[in-house]
Design a protein around this ligand. Structure first.
Ligand code: SAM
Length: 232
């Protein structure tokens, strides 16, 4: 499935996550991110079957990949892609440890950059991305995800939202929160926005994250989206 391995120059972001991978993984576990993701994904009518390909873009230590697996979907292949080699090592260990609960044999973890995904056009039936596009240009990141997603398929986009906890994380983790108005406007350059979900306040994930459910327009509808006609 991947178009060949990428030779990536080590960036500051990679070095940072390589250093903190263990602690970061622990913090996500304590905060129940996996459960929150699973609960939300289970509520969606996603068309995922034994022929489907799913990408967790910027998977880190694999919490969202595991949440996706917990929600019961069993695609042909789930790919966890991240810049950080150490985060991917932890992800691989977690998938192996949980092989009875998740479809570990069909999860592949690879190093890659969300701005140059090593996949062909229209390759995936679903993409999830959580807390990643804060490190890159929102336009470039969403454009690249739209390229590799099949028309009519969904991107579950979980950005950090402007909030007190979001601002603390922004300082700790060296990223830049995108204003929600930008998220909406830029998303609509490449996708239809079909939902905006808030996590319940009792779930720590909701203190810093929101969810935009995006759908890549089908061929023909794409032209209407570009023209700004939102009702294809
Ligand atoms: C806040 S963590 C989120 C990890 C995971 N999505 C989660 O929710 O647990 C951000 C992740 O984005 C990755 N990342 C940042 N920029 C990236 C890029 N350009 N390409 C791929 N991964 C990137 C980092 O290595 C890190 O693992």
């Amino acid at each position: 499935m991947p178009k060949g391995s990428q030779k990536l120059a080590k960036t500051k972001t990679q070095s940072f996550y390589d250093r903190i991978a263990d602690v970061h993984n622990l913090a996500l576990k304590v905060n129940g991110y996996r459960k929150s993701v699973a609960k939300y994904l289970r509520s969606l009518d996603l068309k995922i079957d034994a022929d489907s390909y799913v990408l967790d873009a910027g998977s880190g230590t694999g919490i969202v990949t595991l949440g996706f697996q917990d929600s019961g979907f069993r695609p042909k292949k789930t790919i966890a892609l991240d810049l950080s080699i150490n985060s991917l090592k932890i992800a691989r260990d977690e998938f192996r440890k949980e092989r009875k609960k998740v479809d570990a044999g069909n999860i592949e973890s690879i190093q890659g950059n969300v701005l140059q995904l090593p996949f062909g056009d229209d390759a995936f039936d679903l993409i999830v991305t959580c807390g990643v596009l804060e490190y890159v240009s929102l336009d470039a990141g969403l454009k690249e995800m739209a390229r590799v997603l099949k028309p009519g398929c969904k991107l579950v986009f979980i950005p950090v939202k402007p909030s007190f906890v979001g601002s603390v994380l922004e300082l700790l983790y060296n990223f830049k929160i995108h204003p929600l108005e930008d998220v909406r406007q830029i998303s609509q350059r490449y996708f239809n926005i079909v939902g905006n979900h808030e996590f319940p306040i009792a779930e720590p994930m909701g203190w810093s994250k929101t969810i935009f459910l995006l759908e890549k327009p089908r061929r023909g509808d794409a032209e209407k989206v570009r023209r700004g006609d939102r009702t294809p």
